[in-house]
Write a protein that binds this ligand. Structure first.
Ligand code: GLC
Length: 711
């Protein structure tokens, strides 16, 4: 390979559909071997033509990689990842990723920039919607499930797999102020125990690539962070795959203030272990001279090229460069009945019942007149959520359509937009909405955010319902009919009035969290609203009462003055309760569950032991339903402060009315380990608590002792 051809493999460009000059320039790059991969192009027709250019008209005939953000489904759009995490069902999430891979690979894509595994403890951050919430254990389980789904655990031999890419390495969700791309400052202990865990899980599950993040961590931009990429990711974890920068992030080392020019930025990134430069054009155009002048070690280029070629080899592209460009497969793989059924099932499982006083839900299908209020109910674009890939609004069954299909033709549905679905700011639709509520037997009020209010760079300083939605809720509530609020949103919201009303006044009796559920929004939400499916989802992220409480998360430290209501000199606020509106892991059901006392296999544990924890869970209600049994631990006393709870296991189980199941969890020493003051990974002797329950607050507890620590 010439030096130019080597650097070409490290260059990734975004296909430009608009500009024919750029398209022609990129076709010429392909012929000259100056590009190794593209993002932004899909479809067998287009990708096959560019692949033909590469393998028939270039000197070395090296196949191209085609990449895209296949984040939650592809043409069959599944619920947003935060919603899927709320299912607490890794098998369903794996299936969602598998279907996404089947569809995206059928459209000529080899590589997905997913799973996004960033822990998010700040819901102001727009990208919380794209991950699995606040907890490293839940995040790790979901990361591994998605990697298995996309890439069969790293076995890319089948042409319906995708090279997975865990992103954004690392601590991207720790951005100060919840402002995307902002500075991240955190201890190495928090970095390792919270933010790195899901990446480690993704690597162990076989992720073939990692994307470095835009942000800095403690003064070093990730795109130039050799300690985290070369030493931790590659050195400690043994990752052998490729690392791709985020979009123009190599060039952004200049505004970060660590590179004076493009060439310096390129050298920093390559030396830090970033193999592919996404869209900056620096690797492909600014490094050749430096290598020739001996200012950049060609060995660094060679090792990056090797990783890129190995990825292409593992995808089977050297054997058959057209194996992902099969027009027949493309015709028969998208939006199949099986994929749609899986999307509906995933959506049903993702729904979280937050409130259901007086058992208003499920609603009867015999309602003669039902008001559906809120423009989000018919918002096709928002139903798909951010990062909706090849999702097409024409494929969406909206919430309104789902309700119409679920009810008999004789039912009268009065639909009123209530607010404008762009900004929610005007009250022009209130009168019609109020009239609809007055004329109906019951009201479904759809509130929340548009898809554009979360996702990349879409951060909010407030977690309140945008615009005049609360005013509308108060007005509709005042009509006095049975009222159900359905939330469509990309982040936890401080819906205090809906939940708790004001000063004892009545408030909304039933609230369903549906996030953005994808193409099957309507059928899935209607299944739950009318009782064809009993919701069992649990919150993957804490709902604060106010942005002023952020950061607020369940696995917090106890402090020396833990908050005690009424005790002034303890850690709390004058103007707000210190507790969240809804805690991590919270979710109700149309039935009820009862937990017995946890049973431990041994009262104390030695190094090699495994502690078995059992708990009986009974469905004490009248309906079959799913419960997510959650298992937490607490290290009571250690050489550094430890969280009051840490999730260490969960199981979504199904129970018939009256049925009892014994749920068992295994605890190993590794599960108890942490970084001590010297940053050694240890288990220390002492007492530990275990907690079991249906959320992170209402739990049954037991205790055991570790007689001798080590690791
Ligand atoms: C974006 C995102 C990243 C995405 C990439 C390509 O800026 O940060 O998640 O994969 O660019 O679209």
């Amino acid at each position: 390979m010439t030096l130019e051809e080597k650097l070409g493999q490290l260059a990734q460009y975004r296909w430009s559909w608009r500009d024919d000059t750029v398209k022609e320039q990129y076709r010429q790059y392909i012929r000259e071997g100056r590009v190794g991969s593209f993002l932004g192009i899909a479809g067998v027709g287009h990708t096959r033509e560019l692949q033909r250019l590469a393998v028939e008209e270039s000197r070395l005939k090296i196949p191209l990689l085609f990449a895209e953000d296949v984040i939650h489904g592809w043409r069959t759009t599944f619920p947003v990842p935060l919603a899927e995490a709320g299912s607490w069902d890794p098998a369903a999430v794996e299936r969602s990723a598998r279907i996404a891979a089947i569809e995206a690979s059928a459209m000529g894509l080899h590589w997905t920039f997913a799973p996004m595994v960033d822990i998010a403890r700040d819901p102001r951050w727009g990208r919380i919607v794209e991950g699995s919430g606040e907890d490293p254990y839940l995040g790790s389980v979901m990361a591994a499930a998605r990697v298995r789904g996309f890439s069969r655990g790293g076995d890319l031999s089948a042409p319906n797999t995708l090279l997975a890419c865990a992103k954004h390495f690392a601590a991207y969700g720790g951005a100060e102020g919840g402002r995307d791309y902002n500075t991240v400052e955190l201890s190495e202990r928090t970095l390792r125990e919270i933010y790195l865990e899901p990446f480690r899980a993704a690597v162990q599950a076989g992720a073939g690539s990692i994307m470095s993040a835009f942000n800095e961590v403690n003064g070093v931009p990730m795109t130039a962070n050799g300690w985290m990429i070369n030493d931790i990711l590659r050195g400690e974890w043994g990752f052998t795959g490729l690392v791709v920068s985020d979009y123009t992030a190599v060039a952004e080392l200049q505004p970060h203030g660590v590179a004076a020019n493009r060439a310096e930025a390129g050298v920093l990134a390559l030396a830090a272990g970033v193999d592919i430069d996404m869209v900056s054009g620096i690797y492909g155009n600014d490094l050749e001279e430096l290598v020739r002048q001996g200012k950049l070690d060609e060995a660094l280029v060679d090792q990056a090229v090797r990783r890129v070629l190995e990825a292409k080899y593992r995808l089977g592209l050297f054997d058959d460069p057209y194996r992902y460009h099969d027009a027949e497969r493309e015709k028969t793989s998208l939006l199949t009945p099986e994929h749609l059924a899986a999307a509906r099932e995933m959506a049903r499982k993702s729904i979280v019942l937050l409130k259901n006083e007086k058992e208003i839900l499920p609603l009867s299908k015999n309602l003669k007149t039902l008001a559906v209020i809120g423009a989000l109910a018919d918002d096709r674009r928002s139903s798909l959520g951010p990062w909706s890939g090849a999702g097409d609004t024409a494929d969406v069954v909206t919430l309104l359509e789902g309700i119409e299909r679920a009810l008999p033709a004789s039912a009268k549905i009065l639909y009123a937009e209530g607010y404008d679905k762009k900004t929610f700011t005007d009250r022009g639709g209130f009168a019609r909405a109020i009239q609809a509520a007055k004329s109906a037997e019951a009201v479904i009020l759809v509130l929340g955010e548009t898809a554009g209010m979360s996702g990349e760079a879409s951060n909010r300083a407030s977690l309140d319902l945008p615009g005049e939605q609360e005013a509308l809720a108060r007005a509709i509530h005042a009509v006095g009919k049975p009222l159900v609020v359905v939330l469509m949103n990309g982040r936890p919201l401080s819906i205090n009035w809906l939940v708790e009303g004001s000063f004892g006044a009545e408030n909304v009796p039933a609230i369903l969290e549906t996030w953005f559920l994808g193409v099957q929004t309507g059928p899935a939400a209607a299944d739950v609203l009318f009782g064809d499916y009993n919701p069992g989802g649990k919150l993957p992220a804490t709902f604060p009462r106010s942005a002023g409480q952020i950061p607020i998360y369940y696995n917090h430290k106890n402090t020396g003055r833990p908050p005690i209501a009424g005790e002034h000199y303890t850690s709390q606020y004058l103007d707000l309760p210190f507790t969240p509106l809804y805690p991590f892991g919270y979710g109700l059901s149309y039935t009820t569950f009862e937990y017995g006392a946890p049973r431990l296999s041994v009262p104390e544990m030695e190094f090699i032991d495994t502690l078995t924890v059992e708990v009986n869970v009974t469905n004490t209600g009248k309906r079959p339903g799913d419960e997510v049994v959650q298992f937490y631990i607490q290290d009571e006393v250690a050489s550094v402060t430890r969280p009051v709870k840490q999730l260490r296991g969960f199981r979504r189980i199904h129970l018939e009315p009256g049925e009892t199941q014994t749920v068992t969890f295994q605890l190993t020493f590794e599960d108890l380990a942490f970084y001590n003051q010297e940053m050694q990974w240890v288990v220390e002797p002492g007492f530990f608590k275990v907690f079991l329950g249906g959320n992170s607050v209402e739990v049954q507890e037991a205790r055991f002792e570790i007689r001798s620590g080590k690791l």
